[in-house]
Design a protein around this ligand. Structure first.
Ligand code: FPP
Length: 270
């Protein structure tokens, strides 16, 4: 039997200007786009002797907390790996539990997204979702498509390799291919992420050091932060610690440290 699926209705709150945990200098160096691999719901639940869906339900609760923190801190793009194509191999009870959580999440959040100007996007093959979940997501994408204040992207039934194959196919049929000049910028226009900046920071919870078929090309220059905490316990403090670690790192984009200093051209401060 499925564990009760109700989620506490705590919709996205208005981002508060009072959350000044970073100095103005630090704020200039914050990532613009954070992508998160929300791993460890199952292990967290197991550690408490609870069913896996208890972990996923608390995972959704944490989505709200971290989204609200990101908005308050001033990070304009967050992308969440909510369901991979490989996750289709999970037991049907867990899959349908996740899909119901997704539908409920959208239902609860849509008004708040409209109120706060949040644009919802999805990457991944939505045809692989059950109709009720796909319709909820597509409806929210349509209703929020003119919102411009903040950007939430859900990776749903997503596979980076599949995305690349589709981009290659789309590129080959396009005018770009006929013009004969293959550039990264031109090719990236055929990726599902064409409207998003590349992620600056990828956070993975639960201690695993891999990308698991998530944004493989877009992550070419991303900093990767792995937290030992399971996703439901990755709280605002842990999120802020990840951001501080990001700020401390020097992103060289192939240059030397000296070049960056003399040219005063730290890429993430421009
Ligand atoms: C991986 O951890 C996580 C998932 C497959 C699902 C992530 C989904 C959520 C956080 C909730 C849904 C999100 C939204 C936006 C509605 P795991 O459960 O496989 O953990 P484990 O590796 O410990 O088993």
């Amino acid at each position: 039997m499925l564990y009760a699926l109700s989620i506490r209705p705590e919709p996205f709150s208005m981002a508060s200007d009072s959350m000044q945990v970073f100095t103005p200098e630090e704020q200039k160096q914050l990532p613009k786009h954070i992508a998160i691999i929300m791993d460890g719901n199952g292990r967290w639940a197991k550690s408490l002797g609870k069913p896996r869906l208890f972990g996923h339900r608390n995972g959704v609760k944490n989505v709200r907390d971290i989204v609200n923190a990101a908005r308050a801190i001033g990070i304009p793009y967050v992308t969440l790996y909510a369901f991979s194509q490989e996750n289709q191999n999970r037991p049907s009870e867990e899959k349908s539990g996740l899909m119901k959580l997704l539908q409920e999440f959208i239902k609860i959040e849509l008004n708040g997204m409209q109120r706060d100007g949040i644009r919802l996007r999805a990457i991944g093959d939505l045809r692989g979702l059950p109709d009720y979940a796909r319709k909820a997501v597509e409806d929210a994408i349509e209703k929020t498509k003119t919102n411009q204040s903040w950007n939430l992207t859900l990776a749903l039934n997503y596979s980076s390799r599949q995305e690349v194959l589709q981009a290659v196919s789309s590129y080959c049929e396009s005018q770009d291919e006929r013009n004969g000049e293959l550039t990264w910028a031109g090719f990236a226009e055929h990726l599902e992420t064409k409207d998003l900046p590349d992620p600056d920071l990828i956070i993975r919870t639960s201690g695993e050091f891999r990308l698991s078929n998530f944004l493989l090309l877009q992550a070419a220059y991303a900093e990767i932060f792995v937290s030992p905490l399971h996703w439901p316990e990755f709280d605002r403090k842990a999120f802020e610690d990840a951001l501080r670690e990001y700020i401390r790192r020097e992103r060289r984009f192939g240059k030397t440290s000296e070049q960056l200093t003399t040219q005063n051209s730290l890429p993430h401060s421009s």
